[in-house]
Write a protein that binds this ligand. Structure first.
Ligand code: WTA
Length: 635
């Protein structure tokens, strides 16, 4: 039996028990046998959730790109590492072998060095899903620079906030991007952002759409000529196990976005190990995750996890609806995709279009299906199972978070019997707990509570960039000696977990985490707005949509409400991005508040969800009269 590759349920239970009884012995064996180290560790694990401080493989030295690329050169040099499928289907797909990837990453790394980027410097990457995105992240890792990828759908304000928070020295972007039939002026967005940033010394610009862009002298450089001139080999920087690999921002329920810091060795070991097992990747498979590398799913399961296993990973530049809703299936057929990993919101959008598109394509290559990002509803699960997997491909419903770095609760394909809407069992080494609101662990089965993790796992985020106190308060203060996920979950009669959703003020819209506070801040900047509150309500494609309650400064305001709604959504688009736009905006005379002045979002949520029979006692509110008024005018 190999602990690295689990194939049966009994094996899962055996390996799981080992990993929990003696985590250090277990992870040491995995790390030792399947990765390339320049120096072995002195200590496998030290931890203290009270501080919180967690270190894995302390004393070890390595470079993650040697694990993702160099070590495959002899055995798989001519194997395709990345298949790039462009936005326009008429354009040719690109197949990048491990040898070519090595050369391209090395050249890029040399360009970074040449522009003065050193180990520990932060580099912001704001690129569409083109090969340069994966290559840029690996090039940073090659020289020990910390990448901070910002999803290219974020606005200039959101980009500036992220650049400033981690004091990036460089931005890597492109002239523009394709998004279905549209083009987006990425360089223009960067220019706007940089008006508010003082730490950026240089901007590298990839050419993608051949648009006319302004290049600022001594700051902006076209990427390609620099790559052409760069040397094609680059000695990797030797990193310590706990050196930061990247920062990735995620929304919190309050305050500015949190720059989650992931470190090198533990992240590498865990993402590689989960990738191999959850998807049951075997040597000649073609694996496709439809996420954007701007999110954690792309970091861990397009780039690092797959490449560490010498896999062939697909990168798709476009959207599922362009040129029509058959695009995903066409790509599956064209590249003979074996593992297909996407989000429930995409499944629901595709299901809405019926099965005509599916029937036009041969999907027989598919062996495993995956989902991630939000709870999958039963209907979408069955549609995926029946029509895409033809009931032969197990669905791995993978629960995890930006903060966890890798998959935490999930079936192992072919080993774990699946159950619709259930993420099923904890992955190897993961020790979940369900807690009640008083802080007591709820033992046994057929229970529900707040999902926590009791023991460290290798790929957990180590801190929030520049704010360890916030890291402690957000994740380690709600429950003693435990990591709190912010999610609720239930455990069924056999110990399977089902994630029921967020228990805080984070709302997941189309698989994107959105904090209510930054959206409310954006709305409140409108001169006519006194205050606002955002809640989520169910939406058949997006999972949740946003409902905004807005009180204007002058009640009885004579301005046209439709215009105000447009202006509010425009502000949100500018401050955050179009993903945070509100579906419904109700103007109110006031918002329900507690006696201490806190907005009661729970009540507002019930009203937006049409569950007013469950409002509970509202008489203790500061202003109970507004509740009826809001109910009378609900949209
Ligand atoms: C939610 C994405 C139910 C959850 C990898 C979590 C899920 C948040 C699932 C993290 C799933 C993710 N079932 N809910 N399979 N996967 N979530 O940071 O609420 O973008 O806390 O990481 O998404 O989202 P994030």
């Amino acid at each position: 039996m190999s602990n690295y590759h689990i194939k049966h349920l009994e094996e899962y239970y055996q390996v799981y028990r080992k990993s929990v009884r003696n985590p250090e012995v277990f992870w040491e064996e995995i790390a030792e046998e399947h990765f390339l180290w320049r120096k072995k560790w002195d200590k496998v694990l030290s931890w203290d959730f009270k501080k919180p401080k967690v270190k894995w493989f302390e004393g070890a030295e390595l470079n993650i790109t040697e694990n993702c690329i160099d070590r495959h050169l002899y055995t798989r040099g001519d194997k395709t590492a990345i298949i790039f499928e462009p936005n326009n289907k008429e354009d040719e797909a690109e197949h990048i072998t491990y040898k070519q990837l090595h050369e391209r990453v090395c050249r890029f790394a040399n360009v970074l060095l040449d522009k003065g980027i050193k180990k520990g410097d932060r580099v912001c990457i704001y690129l569409p899903m083109i090969p340069e995105l994966a290559i840029a992240t690996l090039a940073c890792a090659r020289i020990g620079a910390i990448h901070s990828v910002v999803f290219a759908g974020f606005s200039s304000t959101a980009l500036a906030t992220r650049i400033n928070d981690s004091e990036c020295k460089m931005v890597i972007t492109s002239d523009g991007s394709y998004r279905g039939p549209k083009t987006i002026d990425l360089k223009g967005i960067v220019d706007e952002a940089l008006e508010d940033c003082t730490t950026i010394e240089s901007v590298l610009v990839a050419k993608r759409i051949n648009s006319d862009v302004q290049m600022k002298a001594d700051r902006d450089y076209w990427l390609q000529p620099l790559l052409d001139d760069a040397y094609s080999d680059c000695v990797p920087e030797i990193m310590k196990a706990e050196d930061p690999l990247f920062i990735l921002y995620t929304s919190g329920s309050t305050g500015k976005p949190k720059g989650m810091v992931h470190t090198t060795a533990g992240y590498m070991v865990y993402t590689a190990y989960t990738f191999k097992n959850v998807f049951q990747y075997t040597e000649n498979d073609v694996y496709w995750c439809t996420a954007d590398i701007g999110w954690i799913t792309g970091h861990s399961y397009i780039v690092y996890g797959p490449l560490c296993n010498g896999a062939t990973t697909v990168m798709f530049e476009g959207v599922p609806s362009y040129p029509d809703f058959g695009r995903f299936w066409e790509i599956v057929e064209k590249h003979k995709v074996n593992q297909f990993y996407t989000a429930p919101t995409a499944i629901r959008a595709l299901a809405k279009e019926g099965i005509d598109h599916l029937e036009k394509h041969n999907l027989s290559s598919i062996k495993v299906l995956g989902t991630v990002g939000e709870p999958i509803n039963e209907e979408a699960w069955h549609w995926y199972d029946d029509n895409v997997g033809k009931k032969k491909a197990p669905i791995v419903d993978t629960w995890w978070q930006t903060e966890t770095g890798g998959i935490m609760i999930s079936p192992i394909a072919f080993a774990t019997p699946t159950k619709p809407t259930y993420a099923t069992l904890p992955f190897i080494g993961v020790q979940p707990a369900l807690m009640d609101e008083k802080g007591t662990e709820i033992k046994g089965n057929q229970v529900d509570g707040r999902l926590c993790i009791k023991f460290p796992w290798p790929s957990m985020a180590r801190t929030i960039w520049g704010n360890h106190q916030r890291y402690k308060e957000t994740y380690f203060s709600a429950y003693d000696n435990m990591y709190f996920t912010g999610d609720g979950a239930l455990r069924d009669e056999v110990g399977y977990y089902r994630i029921t959703g967020r228990v805080d003020d984070v709302i997941i819209v189309s698989g994107h985490n959105l904090g209510t506070a930054p959206i409310e801040d954006a709305i409140n900047e409108h001169p006519a707005v006194a205050e606002s509150a955002i809640v989520g309500f169910p939406h058949d494609v997006k999972g949740n949509a946003l409902y905004g309650y807005v009180t204007l400064k002058e009640t009885g305001e004579s301005r046209n409400h439709d215009n105000l709604r447009k202006e509010i959504n425009q502000l949100i688009t500018e401050q955050i991005g179009p993903i945070a736009k509100l579906n419904k905006i109700q103007f109110t005379n006031g918002l329900p508040k507690t006696r201490s002045g806190k907005i009661m979002r729970r009540i507002l949520r019930k009203i937006a969800c049409n569950e007013t029979d469950q409002l509970g006692d509202t008489s203790t509110l500061l202003n109970p009269e507004v509740v009826q008024d809001i109910m009378d005018n609900v949209l």
